[in-house]
Write a protein that binds this ligand. Structure first.
Ligand SMILES: [Zn+2]
Length: 348
């Protein structure tokens, strides 16, 4: 009697444990179901959509790690962070949330080309104004602009600045102006103003140049969203495969293999899009086989601007099957819809 009962009890215990535990797709630890929360595939900072894709297969600890580190920096210090303001996902008053060391704005043309600008909020609009800085005519005929912040860190001016030639000082405030003069004096440069500066050609009409950091943090965050997307569309069971350990540990620990997991390009995802003409400013994300390299890749283009190519797996060990999934996050209707294979262009 005792013998007969014991195995049944054991079997019952095992079965209950299996039902209550779930394995996290990132840390691969089995944890109680209560340790998993509902997580959006794409950062909520990229918009709140009806029918948004979510996963329940990443544990709280892993989600907490992403939220406290890469997500915050991506949301505030990337090209996409700037686009959030351009599209109106974030109010102009919050423009100071941008991490200025990761995103820079410069004037694009003429003698003010390279002039450093800062975005400020002005009655619900974002306007750009020059930072406190000095400009030097260069020996090659252009101008070199250096912010007060950068001047403060210099021990000598760069060789290309013609110290004896024309100079400009610009600042949004009188204090800023005096600060630049003091910094120039410290570097042995005397500056005398010869009256007001000419207006930049096309000021207020031309688009500024945006330089945004695409670094390990950006790539890590992008890889996480692509991996979330894979777990959501192809299933957590598929995401557990060892084939995906490289992208998994890159997203979770920033430890990478010798090859690049995330690369970026200007190639659009949609077949009918051109580099400079896009059909949507919504987010596009797809997973497909790269029929040249044999890799399983995700292409992800937030705001249909820059396209990130994420290698999910280099050499798939399972049985090959056709995989082609894609979604469009429509920023006009704030809905999420499927993309179909025929509308996709192969982007590398
Ligand atoms: Zn986890």
């Amino acid at each position: 009697v005792t013998r007969a009962q014991t195995p049944r009890l054991r079997a019952g215990t095992v079965a209950r444990r299996t039902a209550e535990a779930r394995t996290c797709i990132y840390c691969l630890r089995p944890r109680p179901v209560s340790s998993f929360n509902r997580e959006h595939v794409l950062l909520k900072a990229l918009g709140r959509f009806r029918g948004s894709l979510v996963i329940r297969s990443a544990c709280r600890q892993c989600n907490q790690y992403f939220g406290d580190s890469v997500d915050r920096i991506f949301a505030r210090g990337s090209l996409e962070a700037v686009l959030r303001f351009e599209i109106g996902l974030k109010p102009a008053e919050e423009i100071t949330d941008l991490i200025s060391s990761r995103v820079a704005f410069t004037f694009p043309s003429g003698s003010y080309r390279g002039l450093w600008l800062e975005p400020i909020s002005d009655n619900g609009r974002i306007v750009l104004r020059p930072l406190a800085q000095a400009g030097f005519a260069t020996r090659s005929g252009g101008w070199l602009y250096i912010t007060a912040h950068a001047l403060d860190r210099l021990t000598a001016l760069p060789a290309e600045a013609d110290v004896a030639g024309l100079k400009r000082v610009l600042a949004p405030t009188a204090e800023g102006y005096d600060q630049v003069l003091a910094l120039l004096r410290r570097l042995g440069v005397n500056f005398t103003s010869h009256g007001p500066l000419p207006n930049p050609e096309g000021w207020g009409e031309v688009e500024p140049e945006i330089k945004a950091e695409v670094d390990l943090i950006t790539r890590q965050c992008v890889a996480k969203m692509a991996f979330n997307y894979m777990a959501c569309t192809l299933g957590a069971g598929f995401a557990f495969r060892e084939d995906f350990n490289d992208v998994r540990s890159f997203a979770r620990h920033a430890t990478g293999p010798s090859y690049e997991i995330v690369t970026e390009s200007q190639t659009p995802i949609l077949a009918d899009d051109e580099r400079s003409r896009r059909q949507t400013y919504g987010h596009l994300i797809v997973i497909q086989w790269d029929n040249v390299t044999g890799e399983l890749v995700s292409l992800f283009s937030p705001f249909n601007e820059m396209t990130y190519r994420i290698v999910l797996c280099r050499h798939f060990s399972g049985i090959w099957r056709p995989i082609s999934v894609g979604h469009h996050y429509d920023l006009g209707a704030m809905t999420v819809g499927r993309l179909f294979g025929s509308s996709l262009k192969y982007a590398r």
